[in-house]
Unconditional design. Structure first.
Length: 233
């Protein structure tokens, strides 16, 4: 029995030592591995004090250039104009007065305008006269009269008689003496002294008739037109 213990005790001791050595290795290895991992982490991840933090530079912001607006071009105002009828020429190429079939005639002595018919077939002009009164002044024949037509009656005029003419009426076999006087007449810018007979024309269309003695050699008549010359103001 003593021999048996002698054999078992060394075996048990050697087994215990093996177990202890085995156990120690198992405990030590994980610690060693952990130390290695910790060491590797320390190498891979440097300390904060050793890492250079990159400087963040903010982007350069270019200041906005002021927007210059072009001045507005004013819209031209479009005015609508009524077309004006072209006025016919008042004179011929050689400077003669151009007369229509009807014209306004201004009598300076009466300071009035009268409508007149331009008659190329009549030699002497004629004017509508009423209240005709012949009288004598300084041994010469004179006549007083007024012009009346279209409810317009002028002031009284007195002019010397240049001559007397006998007029035969178409509806009468007898003749009538009419006074011919000389007076200033104006048509447009033409102012002339002319002869005209005194006769009651109140029943006719025109108070005044212009004959050839007025416009001969100074005017040309265009019967296709009327009132070519301006009315005297």
């Amino acid at each position: 029995m003593n021999k048996t213990w002698k054999v078992l005790v060394p075996l048990m001791l050697s087994g215990g030592l093996v177990a202890c050595s085995t156990t120690g290795q198992q405990v030590t290895e994980p610690k060693q591995q952990a130390d290695e991992v910790e060491q590797s982490e320390k190498i891979e991840q440097p300390q904060d004090s050793q890492v250079d933090t990159p400087e963040i530079i903010p982007p350069t912001v270019k200041p906005e250039e002021p927007v210059v607006k072009a001045p507005k071009t004013p819209t031209p105002e479009v005015k609508t104009t009524t077309p004006v009828a072209k006025k016919p020429a008042q004179k011929t190429a050689d400077g003669k007065l151009l007369l229509g079939e009807e014209e306004w005639v201004y009598i300076p002595g009466l300071e009035q305008n009268f409508r007149a018919r331009v008659d190329t077939g009549a030699t002497t002009s004629s004017i509508s006269a009423v209240d005709i009164v012949p009288f004598e002044r300084d041994g010469k024949d004179w006549v007083k009269f007024k012009i009346e037509h279209d409810n317009i009656k002028s002031k009284e005029m007195a002019l010397p008689v240049k001559r007397w003419v006998k007029i035969r009426q178409s509806n009468s076999e007898g003749t009538q003496d009419r006074a011919v006087v000389e007076a200033w007449l104006q048509v447009g810018d033409l102012k002339e002294k002319t002869d005209f007979t005194l006769a009651d024309r109140s029943h006719l269309t025109y108070p005044l008739l212009l004959g050839r003695s007025f416009f001969k050699d100074v005017a040309v008549v265009d019967v296709s037109q009327k009132y070519i010359q301006d009315k005297h103001k």
